[in-house]
Design a protein around this ligand. Structure first.
Ligand SMILES: NC(=O)c1ccc[n+]([C@@H]2O[C@H](COP(=O)([O-])OP(=O)(O)OC[C@H]3O[C@@H](n4cnc5c(N)ncnc54)[C@H](O)[C@@H]3O)[C@@H](O)[C@H]2O)c1
Length: 451
């Protein structure tokens, strides 16, 4: 038992930091704590991941194995499935998934299960931080009561009067802003928003994170921190929907929307460019806004922007498939029976992540309409069975000139940097481009259809 631990303790060196959930968020975070000299233990329920991590093997494309090996060797990082070891930790950071369920409602079962795994081992003076994206209220309404079930207390409070209040343990929320594949902003450069259940909890979390990021931004409550993350993602989702809708109008009017966006982006204030595409993908933008819509119903409130953006973005893969059908029609061909090659199944360029990827929806729709569909993706040599799609036994096609020319239509769904767009256009009979990746190609423009 650690009596009277002060929030400032978490400014200290060589803390024992637990990261629960060693995925896209938890693993880089754990390695960053290790880099700052702390002793990190990654907790996970996936035995395969634990074995790989302890053997110094990465399973995320942009995290080199050498980086993991370095900290495993120096004993700054290890992984385990033994949750009783949580009792020895100073800080516990939760990075487990927060998906939507079958009815597109928040599935907080991972967060709840994690809180239940922590509770029997919770110690006085420990700091627990939830990082998983979720609706405002989760930390206090779901996590806190489970953690307090063993008798330790972390009373919710705000304001100056509560500055020096007593708390048995510290509890905070701090959203993750990881942007996989972003070479400009790594974890250490991205400011971190932090909100505590009470002021000492907020200060403890600020102390911890100030060791690994350049700037920590404290807010007055866990709810404000939870809502800040949702605002960021809803902002993206709504703006992408806006530009997707305007693209369809611009096409009908014979205007190049990408030229328009580039022109508008020269305004030095009050405008931020968003780009149209084949639909939303990734673990965050298509999922997170619905956490707020769901919670809003408790307050008799309809989040109309979120619903409208969802409607427009969900329709984009259908728009792509209709455009492919029209382009084939122009060439006296039917979609049914045509051979179509999809370039890029990852949800965005240069990442090895296909969660919620619109490419998968496009492939499914094309197959349902009778097309023979293949794909290429340098990050996915083969596809496997997924929750919503059964693409087992499909392998990435090699992009040889002969292969490209054998397809009635080639579709750029994800604009990976490694693609040689000149060569692709050269060999393709017809190229449908959902990302304007062929903007600099002057030859064979007649083969290219922007959509
Ligand atoms: N991926 C991103 O770019 C990103 C960005 C910002 C925020 N987020 C949010 O971060 C959270 C985690 O996302 P992610 O992309 O890292 O997910 P992920 O699926 O890559 O990783 C989650 C990990 O948690 C493990 N896990 C599941 N249940 C567990 C449990 N009960 N105990 C211990 N481990 C458990 C899984 O095995 C997996 O290794 C989500 O809330 C997500 O919305 C993700």
């Amino acid at each position: 038992m650690i009596a009277e631990r002060k929030p400032e303790y978490f400014k200290g060196a060589q803390l024992k930091v637990a990261v629960i959930g060693c995925g896209y968020v938890g693993l880089p975070l754990g390695l960053r704590f290790a880099e700052a000299g702390h002793r990190v233990v990654g907790f996970d329920t996936d035995v395969g991941k634990i074995e790989k991590l302890n053997a110094g093997q990465s399973f995320i494309g942009h995290i080199p194995s050498a980086r993991i090996q370095q900290y495993v060797r120096s004993k700054h990082f290890s992984a385990t499935g033994d949750f009783s070891r949580l009792a020895q930790m100073d800080a516990i950071v939760i990075c487990v998934p927060t998906p939507l369920d079958q009815r597109r409602e928040p599935d907080l079962s991972f967060v709840e299960q994690t809180a239940r795994s922590i509770q029997p081992h919770l110690q006085q003076g420990q700091l627990v931080v939830l990082e998983s994206t979720t609706y405002p209220g989760t930390t206090e309404e779901l996590v806190l009561p489970i953690l307090e079930a063993g008798g330790l207390r972390c009373p919710p409070a705000g304001g100056r009067d509560a500055d020096q209040m007593a708390t048995d343990f510290f509890l905070a929320f701090s959203p993750e802003r990881e942007d996989p594949g972003n070479k400009q902003y790594g974890l250490a450069q991205i400011p971190k928003v932090v909100g505590g259940v009470n002021p000492p909890s907020g200060r403890a979390a600020v102390a911890l994170y100030s060791q690994i990021v350049a700037r920590v931004v404290p807010v007055s409550s866990t709810r404000a921190a939870e809502m800040a993350k949702l605002l960021e993602n809803i902002f993206r989702c709504v703006n992408i929907a806006l530009v997707n809708e305007l693209k369809i109008l611009a096409m009908r009017m014979g205007i190049d929307i990408w030229e328009v966006i580039d022109a508008a982006a020269t305004k030095p204030f009050g405008f931020m460019p968003f780009y149209p595409g084949p639909g939303l993908g990734g673990h965050c933008i298509p999922v997170d806004p619905y956490y707020l819509s769901w919670k809003a119903r408790e307050f008799d409130f309809a989040t109309r922007f979120i619903e409208l953006a969802g409607e427009i973005n969900t329709a984009m893969p259908y728009h792509v498939v209709d455009s492919i059908g029209s382009a084939l029609n122009e060439r006296q061909k039917a979609l049914k029976g045509s051979r179509v090659l999809i370039l890029g199944v990852a949800y965005k360029k240069d990442v090895d992540d296909l969660r919620e990827s619109p490419s998968l929806k496009i492939m499914q729709l094309l197959s349902q309409r009778g097309a023979q569909v293949d794909y290429n993706d340098p990050y996915f040599p083969r596809l496997h069975k997924m929750r919503h799609y059964d693409f087992a036994d499909i392998q990435s096609v090699d992009l040889t000139p002969a292969a490209l020319s054998s397809y009635d239509c080639v579709v750029v769904a994800t604009d990976h940097s490694s693609y040689d767009y000149d060569a692709i256009v050269e060999s393709s009979q017809l190229l449908v481009d959902t990302r304007n990746s062929t903007r600099r190609i002057a030859r064979h423009r007649g083969k290219i259809v922007l959509c």
